[in-house]
Design a protein around this ligand. Sequence first.
Ligand code: XMP
Length: 533
Amino acid sequence: KIIILDFGSQTTQLIGRRVRELDTFCEILPYNKFPVGDDSVIGVILSGSPYSVHDPEAFKVDLSQFVGKVPVLGICYGAQFISNTLGGKVEKADSREYGRANLETINLDNPLFKGFEKGSQVWMSHGDTITAIPSDFEVIGSTKDVKNAAFASTKQPVWAVQFHPEVFHTVQGKTLLHNFVVNICGSKQEWSAASFVDTTIAELKAQVGNDRVILGLSGGVDSSVAAVLLNKAIGSNLTCIFVDHGMLRKNEFQQVMEDYKVLGLNVIGVDASEKFFGDLAGVTDPEQKRKIIGRDFVEVFNAEAKKITDAKWLAQGTIYPDRIESLNITGKVIKSHHNVGGLPKEMHLQLCEPLKWLFKDEVRRVGRQMGMPEHLITRHPFPGPGLAVRILGDITREKVQILQNADDIYIRGLRDYKVKLSGEEARKVLAAGIPADMKDGEIEVSLYDQIWQAGAILLSTVRSVGVMGDERTYEHPVALRAVTSTDAMTADWAHLPYEFMAKVSNEIINKVRGVNRVCYDISSKPPATIEWE
Ligand code: XMP
């Protein structure tokens, strides 16, 4: 495996995903937790960081743990740290170097740059610059403004790049990582969806044997894929529980139950909406709403789980990004997320998490490998508290219904609206595993499949005047949100076509009673978040 040491960069997870795309297993660990003595490590990558190497609180690592033992690649801060520690020099750049640059000189004989083209575009984002490299290193790539953009040791297998090979805008970034991971570190590229399915089913059989397993389903990709894997491993010894809190999308509960039935899963559906609406009545504070829903959810789930008296395991669709120990540099809680929480202690259940090593795109690949329907696999993420965090102010059944209707028009519209893509854009969509046929250099995909997540928000604390026919209206606006993202940590608002927005806005206002205005949310994250509450 490859170890990625995290110094707090926003793109650390992306490095992990790129390495996995090379069918190579990797682990992301905090910078100070290198697994000394683990023979399965074949290489180390040092990530970027929000700090400068000169900051007193900068994260430092003892390089002798791995330098000279396995190949090492430093990226951005990683490169600066290597330079600074081994005798080079890092200084504040006159201005922040940000954006596209080209490798104007490049040593094509260096194994890191095998297959590169002169002038290859790279992406920079750094405030410090490396003004001198350590003495036994040589420069292997420079841009117009950054002389020491890439350098390598002449004595040991150590490489350092100031730019970010993991981001999309570094055009040959994948080639660079392939050169490092496969050619230099010698990965055998044995990590794939097919091998994952086979080995995981065998492992699950060995792990749980003939025991009964309970699993909480949410309708989302992760828990659904976990359930299908377990179903393949242990069949009828798996019991799934799907709690309806009443704030799912329109008809979602029924549809998802139907999907699960077709997949052969044994699912108990629980309608607990009375309890949730009762406990939420009159509550307007976002954090309080989240807390109540989280608490109720655990209560309902546990009550149902306790009925299955011979259960020994609780399975969850936890995926790798949920578990990566984050450095949490600010230490502040922005939102208290809830998933299927807390085990009923007195049941003494053991935890089974078959997807715990997978990234989201890998979960989707595994789902496809097992033949799950595409609409379940490409489903957008949906928050555990559901539409409750998309209704400002207090929550009532009536408001949920209004929002469900508006949201339904929006989401159906996104699915039905097809766009033609070519070149880089098409490449990006295909790389994400979305099935589309290339015809004359073009692919056709829906807007839905092009974006990370979308939904409508009911601004029920706001009212505005409108006119419908000859009547004055005084009703609520609905905000539409659609974002592009790779991990929900950062997100950009999706640039949806005006023609599409016009159509959807019209349909919502005409068909949804209680709504007389539609707005589009053009905030990115940060500083906004994806959900409104
Ligand atoms: P924010 O709003 O923090 O959302 O930018 C980031 C991602 O997390 C989802 N989300 C949740 N998911 N339980 C979940 O399982 C929650 O309580 C929750 N709150 C937000 C959100 O939809 C987005 O994908």
